[in-house]
Every structure is written in C-alpha cells, then in structure tokens.
Design a protein around this ligand. Structure first.
Ligand SMILES: *Cc1c(COP(=O)(O)O)cnc(C)c1O
Length: 365
C-alpha cells in the first residue's frame, strides 16, 4: 500500500510502557499490585504487551471476547473479567479467565459447577458496593457469608479477595471512609477463614488521588487501572492531581481534511433535528473558516472529548462520518488533504480502538 489509510489511531507504545512502569512503581511503594485494564483500547495486543512488560499483575477487561483473544496469545498473566458475569457466559468464562468479579450467590454457585465440570479452578473476587450503586453487595453480612461459603464448600473456586467500584454510576469519590469499610470487611473475612486475602482491590483510576495524598487505608493492596495509563487526562484535568512520571498523548487520532470553506457559524434555514434526533443550539460568530475531516461520531463517540494538537483549532461538531473544526484562529495554513492530529479523553479512545474503519499505527519512540 503506498497511501497511509485514514482515519488512523497512532499508538505510542513507549509512553504506554513508561506510564505502566511509573504506576507499578508508585503502587509497589505502597505494597499494592496493579491490575491493567485493557477494555479502553479494545485489548489491542501490542498495547497489552506493554502492560505485561511494564509489570501489571493481572490483565482485566469487562468483555470476555477480549480476554479470549488474549488467552490465545498467551500473555503470561492471569486474566480477570471485570463485569460481573452473565449466566450465558459462565461456561466460556471458566475456560478463558482465571478470575472474575462477582456479587450474586447463584452466579457463584454456577461458576463452581462449571469450574468443576471443566476441571479448572476459578478465582473469585467479591464486590462490595460502598455507595456508588453499581455492582456489589450493599449488605456486608451477605458478602461475608458468601466468602465463607466459597472458602469452606466450593472446592473448584478460590476466594481471591474482595473489591469495590467507585466513581462510576454514582460518581462517588473514593475516600478514607468508604475504602476503610472495604478493609474492615477484608479483616472480618480473614478472621473467619484464618488466612490473608490475596486481593483487596480499592477501585480504579479515581482511587489514585487519595493514594497520592497519602491517605489510602492500609489493607488496600490492589487497584484496577486503565484510564491513567492510557489517556492520563481525568486526574490532571478533572481532579487537578497529576500523577508523577505519567505522560499524555499515548494515543493520537490522525484524520484527513476533505473540505475547507468560509461558512456562517449559524445554520441557514429553520432548525429542526440533527442526524441524531437532537435539537442543538448554535452560536452565531459570523462567517468562519472551517475544515471538515473524514472521521465521525461512529468512530469517536463524542467530538468534544477530542483535544486538537494544532494551536488555534477548535472543535465545532460532528455527524456520524464528518468532524467539523474551526480553523479561523489557526496560524498555520490548513489545506485539503492535510492530516490533523488530536489527543483525546477516554470515550474517543474506546470507540476509535474498536472501530474497524480506523487504521492502527504503532510507534516506539
Ligand atoms: C473499567 C473498570 C476499571 C478501570 O477503570 P479506569 O477508570 O479505566 O481506571 C476498574 N474496575 C472495573 C470493575 C471496571 O469496570
């Protein structure tokens, strides 16, 4: 092929590796392990390789099909399913993944049965809901009872530990108080079963601020992290807590300009519904110089979560297949055929990495 294929997602493997190593050494210095979460980039194997080389203890995804692909590639690390299992996937689950997060008694029983049928041992992490109201036992007593039941009665399962999820549905901040409760649950289980739990998992990227503030409760020994390694924008941009040694722009969107024209910034005619059935509002800034790029919402979800890397370029909007940018303030000339680069938050990465129409380019510098 003589022409590069666009749109492209350019992945800097070196940044992924360095971010992973920086995070592993931060967590290790607090006697914690890192579970590398690969769902944000569709588990692209070259990127997962950097997670493994960088020192992750487990590889995790919410999607079993992604773990199945990693299983075939033998990454040499235990595979963890993050989304509590569907009944319909349990048979595959015990053959693909080593560990899963769980919150239902019946599902755990089904896991035990499937594991024994397939002659495997499956690891279980029980989830406690500390107020975010996504998955997990809200009742501490029920969680402890199931933990003891697994330990004593379900021989095809290993009780690996417990975990929690915060800052997702309920947008609840991880704190000394809520994570302290998880530690207290862990202590209670350890007392009942007479051994320490291997995993006491205190959440995701959003649990890093209290670690950096030196306030992570002792007893939390694992975090499951994707965003901070891949994108590294939530903490510096939303929380104002940069993680030392971590870089941005591991993933860059490259898209090609297909039209440049001066156009009014307010649509002409009666405004009704846009391509997605919404009724948007427009600010009239007069006639502006604009470019259209050949990439759209189908590839990147939300154009407002892109970060233009050319100074002066502003995101205007997108349809399924077109991205419109304002280039009025752009000092460098932009022409049809030019390739423009964009950094990104999490949601464009989620879509771009999974889109079959987006070329993946890897670099190592
Ligand atoms: C996605 C996910 C994570 C990782 O979240 P990040 O914000 O990418 O760090 C951790 N745990 C669970 C259960 C998840 O679903």
């Amino acid at each position: 092929m003589t022409h590069q294929h666009y749109p492209a997602l350019e992945v800097n493997l070196k940044i992924i590796r360095q971010n992973t190593e920086a995070l592993v050494s931060l967590l290790n210095s607090h006697e914690m392990t890192l579970t590398g979460v690969v769902k944000g980039f569709n588990a692209l194997p070259k990127v997962v390789e950097q997670f493994a080389k960088g020192g992750c203890r487990h590889l995790a995804s919410s999607r079993l099909d992604q773990l199945a692909r990693l299983k075939r590639r033998e990454m040499g690390l235990p595979l963890m399913l993050l989304r509590i299992p569907m009944n319909s996937e349990i048979d595959d689950l015990v053959q693909v993944a080593d560990i899963s997060l769980n919150s239902e008694w019946a599902t755990v029983e089904a896991l035990a049965q499937a594991s024994s049928q397939h002659g495997v041992r499956h690891g279980v992490v029980l989830m406690q809901d500390l107020g975010d109201l996504r998955e997990g036992f809200f009742d501490q007593g029920e969680l402890i009872a199931l933990a003891v039941h697994i330990e004593n009665n379900l021989k095809s399962l290993t009780l690996k530990g417990i975990g929690t999820n915060l800052g997702c549905y309920g947008a609840i901040k991880p704190s000394e108080e809520n994570l302290g409760k998880l530690c207290q649950t862990a202590q209670e289980i350890e007392k009942r079963i007479g051994r320490p739990l291997e995993i006491v998992s205190g959440g995701a990227t959003t649990s890093l601020p209290i670690l950096l503030a030196g306030k992570m409760p002792k007893g939390i020994n694992n975090l499951r992290i994707g965003e901070a390694i891949l994108v590294n924008r939530d903490l510096p941009d939303y929380w104002n807590v940069p993680v030392p040694g971590m870089q941005k722009e591991a993933f860059v969107l490259k898209a090609q300009v297909v039209e440049i024209k001066g156009k009014p910034s307010h649509p002409v005619g009666e405004i009704f519904k846009d391509a997605f059935g919404d009724c948007p509002t427009y600010v009239d800034r007069g006639v502006r110089h604009r470019a259209i790029l050949a990439v759209g919402k189908q590839d990147l979800c939300d154009p407002s979560k892109l970060v233009p890397m050319t100074p002066g370029i502003e995101i205007v909007g997108a349809s399924s297949d077109h991205l419109i940018v304002d280039i009025e303030a752009c000092s460098a000339p932009v022409a049809v055929g030019d390739i423009l680069s964009f950094g990104m938050f999490y949601s464009p990465l989620l879509f771009l990495s999974g889109s079959s129409g987006v070329n993946k380019i890897y670099k190592n510098r």
